[in-house]
Design a protein around this ligand. Structure first.
Ligand code: SAM
Length: 277
C-alpha cells in the first residue's frame, strides 16, 4: 500500500499520518511517499489512528516527541513539549555562556534543559515535582549522552520548586528558565480533548493561572546571580502578559523583551534581575 492511499482513508491531518508512519517504518519523511507500506505496518497504523481519533495525543501513542531537533521519550503522565517552547530555548541560548549555571523550573521530559545543554557547555539543573517526569528526563539525558549530543552537564532534581527557596540550597544561577503551569483552572472544560489527557499539575494554576508565575518571580529572585536573567513562557494573551509583567516588576524584575510566536502571540518574557521594590 502507498502513503497517499492510507492518507485518504485515515481521516487524520497529513502531518499526523506522516508522524505515525515515520515512526512505524523508521524512515525519513521524504521517503514516505515512495515506500511500499507492508500489511503489518498498515494494521498497526489503523489501531493508532483509531486511538488518535478518540483524542489520544500522538506523542503518547508513539512514545516519542521531537523538540529542538532532539528525539525525546514521552509517556502518558508527562507533559508533551510544544514547538512554541523552542522560542524560549532560542532566547535562553543567546544569553548563556560557557560555564554558566542554569535552572529549568518544571523540567518535565527534560526538553528545555537538554536542548540548552545540546548547544552550550553549561551546567543545567532541572527541577520537577513529578517523579515520573524526573524518571523520563533521566532516560532522555542518558540516551542523548550515549549519542554524544550533550555539551553541557545536566542534573534533574525531584522536588517542589515552591519550597526550593527554603531548602537551604546555596547554588545561584546565571539564567533561570521556565515553562510553568499557566492555564486558569476554570478553563479546564474548554480545553481540546488531547490536552485534557496531559497531567493537570503541568497545566493548571490558581489565581486566574498566574499563581505559579507570582511564586516563581519571588523565589527565582533570590536564586539568580546579580544581573542574571529569567525567561518564562507566556500564555499568549495580551491581557495575561500585562498581568505577568506587573507581577515580575513587583518582585524585582525588569522586562527586557516579549518575543512573539509565529501566530503573533506573546510567547516568551525575558527579564533581568533588578532591585526589589
Ligand atoms: C508546562 S509543563 C513544562 C514541562 C517542560 N519544561 C516543557 O516545556 O516541556 C510544567 C511542568 O512543571 C511541573 N511542576 C508543576 N508544579 C511544580 C512545582 N511546584 N515544582 C516543580 N515542578 C512543578 C510539572 O510537573 C510539569 O512537568
Amino acid at each position: 500500500m502507498k502513503f497517499h492511499e492510507i492518507l485518504k482513508k485515515s481521516r487524520l491531518p497529513t502531518y499526523e499520518v506522516e508522524f505515525i508512519l515515520q515512526e512505524l517504518l523508521g524512515v525519513p519523511r521524504h521517503n514516505l511517499y515512495e515506500v511500499d507500506i507492508p500489511p503489518g505496518v498498515y494494521r498497526s497504523f489503523l489501531s493508532l489512528a483509531e486511538k488518535r481519533r478518540q483524542g489520544f495525543p500522538l506523542q503518547y501513542l508513539l512514545g516519542v516527541a521531537y523538540f529542538y531537533g532532539l528525539k525525546l521519550k514521552i509517556v502518558p503522565g508527562v507533559f508533551i513539549p510544544r514547538p512554541e517552547t523552542e522560542i524560549l530555548v532560542e532566547e535562553a541560548i543567546k544569553r548563556i555562556k560557557k560555564g554558566d549555571t542554569v535552572l529549568d523550573v518544571g523540567s518535565g521530559s527534560g526538553a528545555i534543559s537538554l536542548a540548552i545543554a545540546s548547544k552550550r557547555e553549561c551546567f543545567v539543573d532541572g527541577i520537577d515535582i513529578s517523579s515520573l517526569a524526573i524518571a523520563i528526563s533521566g532516560e532522555n539525558k542518558r540516551d542523548l549522552m550515549e549519542q554524544g549530543v550533550l555539551k553541557g552537564m545536566v542534573s534533574f532534581i525531584l522536588g517542589d520548586f515552591l519550597s526550593f527557596g527554603n531548602s537551604g540550597r546555596q547554588r545561584t544561577y546565571d539564567v533561570i528558565v521556565s515553562n510553568p503551569p499557566y492555564i486558569d483552572f476554570r478553563r479546564r472544560d474548554d480545553l481540546p480533548e488531547d490536552v485534557k489527557k496531559e497531567p493537570p499539575v503541568a497545566l493548571f494554576a490558581a489565581d486566574g493561572g498566574n499563581f505559579f508565575y507570582e511564586r516563581l518571580f519571588d523565589i527565582a529572585h533570590s536564586l539568580t546571580k546579580r544581573s542574571g536573567c529569567l525567561l518564562v513562557e507566556l500564555p499568549g494573551e495580551k491581557e495575561r502578559t500585562s498581568q505577568i509583567d506587573l507581577l515580575a516588576r513587583q518582585c524585582g524584575w525588569r522586562k527586557l523583551k516579549v518575543v512573539e510566536d509565529l501566530n503573533s502571540r506573546d510567547r516568551v518574557l525575558v527579564l533581568k534581575k533588578s532591585k526589589k521594590e
